[in-house]
Design a protein. Sequence first.
Length: 264
Amino acid sequence: MPTPSHWLYKYRLRLFKFLFPIKIADQYRVDLPFEKIGSDYGFVAVPTGYLQADSVVYSVGAGEDIQSDIEMARRFGCMVHILDPTPKAVRHFQTLQANVQAGLPTRTETGEAYRATPQIMEKLVYHAYALWDKEEILQFFEPIDPSHVSHSITNIQSSGSFIKVQARTLDSLMREWQHATIDYLKLDIEGAEYRVVNYLMQQDIPVNILYLEYHYHKNTPPLINIRMIKTSLEGLFAQGYRVFYQAERRYFGLIRPIARPARQ
């Protein structure tokens, strides 16, 4: 059950979001039509016409809902590389694989049934890695509530329990999988996104479309959390990224002007 300090933090965060909203100036926006791919709970925003069968898609952070990954493979025919070392996430994917082969339904954590077929499953490649700015074995902190799935490298819930997992960097994975460019990168990595995005910028890793969720660290004052998001976004803007989607002051879809729509 949430503690009084938890509710106090949520109240303070809501107040600071209201007092210090994250506003994107017009010069950092681009008006693009986009589609919401996935479920109402776990969708991603994809600019219309930018992905096709040979697009390179990395989806980092799976949990127990990979509806958007399945729908990306189904809609565009592309391979989707899924990364998540969380034990529950790994078991969820393995259960889905077995059920699809047996002709049985599998549901997400919100109860929605996947529209998965053996052909679609062939386009999903699962990797039990964490994404980070170093190649190392690191602590992956468990959620406070054991019924929850999401673990965190940065320990955003201040948990005392952890497992150890292999962390990889984007450029290392791209070399291993022989990808010169990532067409679409989804990041839902429970606080690790700040360092991963910073590493992406430092190494100038070619990512055309970035969809990410910024997380708030419970032990960091709300205003500092908000400033961290603004600083991260400012860095992306300096590298040419522009916002085509924004929701709840922490979900952002960004695209580089150099990205081009899929060939017709």
